[in-house]
Write a protein that binds this ligand. Sequence first.
Ligand code: KIV
Length: 421
Amino acid sequence: APKDEDVVRAPRPEYIPNKIDDLNYVRVFDTTLRDGEQSPGATLTSKEKLDIARNLAKLGVDIIEAGFPIASPDDLEAVRNIAKNVGNEVYPDGYVPVICGLSRANKKDIDAAWEGVRHAKRPRIHTFIATSKIHMESKLRKTPDEVVQIAVDGVTYARSLGCEDVEFSPEDAGRSDPEFLYRILAAVVEAGATTLNIPDTVGICLPEEFGALIAGIKANVPGQYIISTHCQNDLGLSTANSLAGVANGARQVECTINGIGERAGNASLEEVAMSIWMRGQEKIFGARTGINPVYIYPCSKMVREYSGMAVQPHKAIVGANAFAHESGIHQDGMLKNKLTYEIIAPETIGYFRGEGDVGVVMGKHSGRHALKSKLKQLGFPLEGDELNEMFDRFKLVAEQKTGGVGDDEIIALVTSGAGQG
Ligand code: KIV
């Protein structure tokens, strides 16, 4: 990654909890350390959480959800540590990230969340209660009226502690009655909520539905607040749904690095941020974020290593194959012009290939042109019959291999065949 002082970012609007003085700016709220850590099998130590939080701040994340303080003394300590440190550090563009802690809508949880985040320059409490019929009836065993009262009491209590930045989430909003959502959201805004986060908790919405939900909230809930998306990936639609939310007025997106999270995970920060970076101007009302893409790969690598959650090779943006090319036709295109098969230069996201390396992976689908180029790079500039003969022998080896043919094997092949033909 580059040195901090070399990093130039677009100016970020001043942080005001319930409004953004730039209609196009979308806040990025990272929940790798809270929802991401809820991935089965992913556990992070307090020191690892602090390292990740620092990297998220460098990446340009606006709000870091550092944990769920009531969950355990360790969680509280990790949140407090991040609030005291990262929450008071000034990052290259002069920005101090907001540090957020999650709580259910009850005093004990809210006290723990406040105890964790209050040391930060910009503390936020995020409180939630479920609003879908199935959750209210089967899980909470509460009536809708009771749920509204609990939500209002929770937000009022959080504000009474001196916290000026309070986010409210109606859990399972994706399956909640929109009219009930408007009612509870209007009530919590009245009580002092500054961000309304809309979770598709079970990842069931289609992009059109989620977009319409956000548009409906914007049109029907009075007051000054920021709308946020929180999309789970059960149907593989979390990125598409987050973008549909932005297109319909959401100005905060909640995501995690590598998309880690409960079950099939959360919207992945790198996918959402790079989609806005690539297509924001033309497609989604000129949206932009404060993310500096060059830190994406280092963050992804750190989260992968610390959490032990592997990244699938074909994962968009950060997978091992995201910038690799095996078929002959693609390799030929890449060797002539990288834009033929890459929409993002890997350096943009902080993934640096070697000089002259265009991500060509030598395997059974590789063509003559790619082999010629690889041989030249390895110091064997073969032409004509020599190249043809080497290509035939290479194909025989490549057809037997599943993981591609490495440079050492190609060198062995060319030197063992020297003088043949
Ligand atoms: O998925 C969800 O509903 C949540 C909320 C607490 C925001 O994680």
